[in-house]
Design a protein around this ligand. Structure first.
Ligand SMILES: [Zn+2]
Length: 322
């Protein structure tokens, strides 16, 4: 009798935790490797109040955000063309794609009211699942309403249409019309662990990263947030200043960034520890430079983020100056 009870309990546990067979195993919605040449900027908001929390109870989202934003490192990469891909088999529904690729930093958000998704589409999958893709490039869609697509099929290209300030594809997953977070299904009303709907092979690149580096480099040109977004020129000239920069996603209040540039002989050319971040920052950038450095050879730099006294992220990069 005791043994029978154990078996029954195990069966109930299995039924409540194992994915139901109808749940999709999603493929990536973008042709890149997450964490290497594209990045998750925002997750689904799991906070039903005016605040916001991602599924990890962290700040990598904003209030009412109802999807996942897969972001390219800059608009230069977007202009070269990066495909948006179907996350599962299905049938294409709507496909408007006549909106221009213009940042709302240029047009203002009123210009895209009611058209926040920009050029986008919806795919209807089996069992009440849908996926929606937003901000695709002007006239880049290669599928039509009614068309059957397979997981991984190209739908169009990442763009800058609708309510967006940076090139990314926003992907909303719905089950029976209700938003779900593919990183933590089914509860999107509170943060905490849930079932991943992504294919198991994607788990390493889709692991949660509280903070990650978006861009680093050297330049002799002026470096600003906007110039990095446009695709910073990484040319160094012997006569120009030597500037090192880093742009980061998910900087947290109190985080301390530092940057150090080292000469070929190992001596420090320039080094700075920046003031602690005053708040959580969706993205942040720092740069430091040296005029009239008059050096040649290999320069190397180290970018470090310190949180609560411990190094939580470090990235080294180098460049030749001949
Ligand atoms: Zn979004």
């Amino acid at each position: 009798m005791q043994r029978l009870n154990v078996v029954v309990v195990a069966a109930v546990l299995l039924a409540s935790t194992a994915p139901a067979s109808a749940d999709p195993a999603l493929s990536l919605p973008i042709a890149c490797t997450v964490g290497r040449d594209c990045y998750i900027q925002n997750y689904v908001d799991h906070d039903s109040t005016a605040g916001s929390q991602d599924y990890h109870c962290g700040p990598r989202t904003y209030d009412t955000h109802n999807g996942t934003d897969f972001r390219l490192p800059d608009t230069a990469t977007q202009r070269r063309g990066v495909a948006v891909l179907a996350v599962a088999d299905g049938v294409v529904e709507r496909t408007p794609d006549s909106m221009a690729d213009i940042s709302t930093q240029t047009t203002g958000r009123a210009a895209v009211r009611g058209k926040e998704c920009g050029n986008g589409l919806v795919i209807r999958h089996a069992d009440g699942w849908t996926s929606q893709y937003c901000h695709l490039a002007h006239t880049s869609l290669v599928v039509k309403p009614g068309q059957q697509v397979k997981s991984g099929d190209k739908l169009g290209q990442v763009g800058l249409s609708g309510d967006t300030e940076f090139p990314h594809v926003h992907v909303s997953i719905r089950k029976d019309g209700k938003i779900v977070d593919p990183f933590a299904y089914p509860d999107s009303a509170s943060c905490g662990p849930g079932q991943s709907l992504w294919q198991p092979a994607l788990q390493p690149q889709l692991q949660y990263r509280p903070t990650e580096v978006l861009n680093v480099g050297f330049s002799s040109q002026t470096v600003t947030m906007e110039s990095i977004e446009q695709g910073q020129s990484n040319e160094l000239s012997k006569d120009g200043p030597i500037i090192a920069y880093a742009r980061t996603i998910g900087l947290r209040a109190g985080d301390v960034q530092s940057l150090k540039v080292t000469l070929p002989d190992g001596k420090t050319l320039v080094e700075r520890t920046f003031p602690p971040s005053e708040g959580n920052k969706a993205q942040a950038f720092i740069a430091l430079g040296k005029r009239n450095a008059a050096v040649t050879g290999r320069l190397s730099a180290t970018y470090t983020i310190t949180r609560d006294g411990a190094d939580v992220l470090q990235r080294s990069f180098d460049a030749d100056l001949n």
